[in-house]
Each structure stands twice: as C-alpha cells, then as structure tokens.
Design a protein around this ligand. Structure first.
Ligand code: URA
Length: 194
C-alpha cells in the first residue's frame, strides 16, 4: 500500500537500538492510512499491542476508536497511528529518556514518509517528546501550535481516560477542535463509520 513505509517497517523489525528489544514479542510499527494527513502518536505498546503487532488494540484503543469515529476519524480511513517507542516497556512502565531518544529517529522517519499536516499527541509522554518537555496535559490539552509547517496538539491518553472518565468530555472537545481544523484546512473527508 505504501512501499516506502513498508520497506522502512521491515528495516526496523529486528531493531536492537535499546534494551526494550529484549522483552518485546515484536516491533509495533504503526497502523492506519499511510496517506493520512493526520497522525496520532501514543506512548508505547502495551501487552495486547505487543502480541498483535498493532498500536491501540486493547481497552484504551477501543475507547480511542469510539471517540475518533464520533468526531469523524478512523484508522481505516483518515488517520495513521504510531507510538513514541515501538517496543513494549516491561510492566507497562513509562519509556525511559534513553529509550525514547533511541527510538525517536524511527518516528521522525515515519513523519518524513507520511508527511502529516497535523500530529495529535496522546498523553504526556508524546506531548513532552514532540511539543514541549514541560507540557502539562491538564493545562495545555487542545491547544494547536505550529512547528515547521505542521500543527501539533496534545490531549489525554485514552488509558488515562479509562482511569478518570470525567476527562472524556475535555478530550472529546479536543477531537472536535481537530475536526474544525481539518475542515478549515480542507485536509480530508470525515468518516463517521456509516
Ligand atoms: N498505549 C499507547 O500509548 N500506545 C499503544 O499502542 C497502546 C497503549
């Protein structure tokens, strides 16, 4: 479907760039439309993702998919989803700074190939890595900032929404802001799953 992206995925399938390779079942590269103008970036694979080889396939992923479709987005049609680190951190701990920096070139290469116009950071780790090292989700979620011609926005991580559902309202409002920007820029068709 996208030869360059597929070739890149194959080239890092046996990556040993950091210690996370020791505990992983597989590298979780990314999923969705490789021609999408919108990329969502999470933190790193959990147990389900490690097993299935696809980002956000557990409970948090189901919530993410539901919220996305209600706002007009889906991994089948108009977004691409990846993570800051591509291998599962043991016990689902936060990825360490050296693991993030070892993996960051992989994400940069995905950006270079896919060329998203908007990047949505799901949770603190992605937002602090890609937007601002001091990013506070509670304070700065939903704010769009432009870097090198690409719009970035941080919002709640769906796993955090499972733990604290009251924040779903704000998180969904962020997705509606995303939809507004997509419509303003005329980036893609919306998909409500009909
Ligand atoms: N959490 C993430 O940050 N990414 C996934 O792929 C799954 C859960």
């Amino acid at each position: 479907m996208h030869p360059e992206l597929e070739a890149f995925a194959a080239s890092i399938a046996d990556c040993t760039g950091c210690g996370l390779c020791e505990g992983r079942k597989q590298v979780v590269f990314g999923t969705g439309n490789p021609h999408a103008k919108i990329m969502l970036v999470g933190e790193g694979p959990g147990a389900n993702e490690d097993k299935q080889g696809e980002p956000f396939v557990g409970q948090a992923g189901m919530l993410l998919d539901k919220m996305l479709i209600a706002a007009g987005f889906s991994r089948k049609s108009n977004v691409y989803i990846a993570n800051v680190v591509k291998c599962r951190p043991p016990q689902n701990r936060d990825p360490a700074a050296e693991e993030i920096s070892a993996c960051l070139d992989h994400l940069r290469e995905q950006f270079r190939i896919i060329r998203p116009q908007i990047v949505v950071c799901l949770g603190r780790i992605a937002a602090q890595t890609l937007i601002n090292p001091n990013f506070r989700v509670t304070r700065e979620h939903g704010q769009f900032t432009q870097k090198n011609g690409v719009w970035f926005m941080g919002t709640y991580h769906p796993a955090a929404l499972l733990r604290y559902p009251a924040n779903k309202v704000d998180s969904f409002a962020d997705l509606l802001q995303l939809r507004d920007l997509v419509e303003e820029l005329g980036l893609c068709e919306l998909d409500y799953g009909g």
